[in-house]
Structure formats: C-alpha cells, structure tokens
Design a protein. Structure first.
Length: 104
C-alpha cells in the first residue's frame, strides 16, 4: 500500500486473504485495498435498503442480515463468499445490530 493511501484496512478484512496455516496474505496490498474499498462501499450502500426491509417486512434485524447475505452470495455475486460475510458483519456494525451466524 502506498503512503498516499491513508485508509486503514481492518485486520478482519486482511484475514480473508491469509490462507490457513500461513501468516501473510495471498494477494498484494493493492488488491486487498481495492477489494476493501468495494466491500466497505457495499456495506454503506446497503444500510438504507436494510433499514427499509426491516420496516416494510416487519422482520427481525437478523432476518434482514441473512437476506442481505443470501443476496451477496448469489449467482451474480460481485464479492467472494468470504467478502460477503465481511460486508454483512460490517453492515451490522454500521447499523448497530447484532449479526447472526451466517450460512457458509
């Protein structure tokens, strides 16, 4: 990552790119930074739809987050399954909701 990039990437996001039994990410810092930006933006963009779904359907916060996760891992997914889990956890954090265990 260049010194010009001042965004701190959370360790939980970097961990998505560290293979089991390894200590270093499998991707470059530039790639991880780009993917983090996409995932962070996605979590922010999903805030309003999540709140609207909660209100319109009268379901629980956990149900909303599970639905969001299912949508993120669909056939036309823009993010990996691991990134989708991170996006939903970040969305829950942004909304100050508890995040349920997500289907693997």
């Amino acid at each position: 990552m260049s010194d010009a990039n001042q965004v701190l990437i959370p360790a939980a996001f970097i961990a998505l790119y560290v293979p089991a039994g390894r200590s270093r990410p499998s991707e470059s810092s530039e790639h991880i930074a780009a993917r983090h930006e996409i995932c962070e933006d996605m979590a922010c963009m999903l805030m309003e739809p999540a709140q609207t779904t909660l209100w319109q359907l009268g379901i629980t916060e956990a149900d909303v987050l599970e639905r969001m996760h299912r949508g993120l891992v669909g056939d036309d997914a823009v993010v990996s399954r691991a990134e989708a889990g991170w996006v939903v956890h970040r969305l829950a954090e942004l909304l100050d909701w508890d995040c349920p265990p997500l289907a693997e």
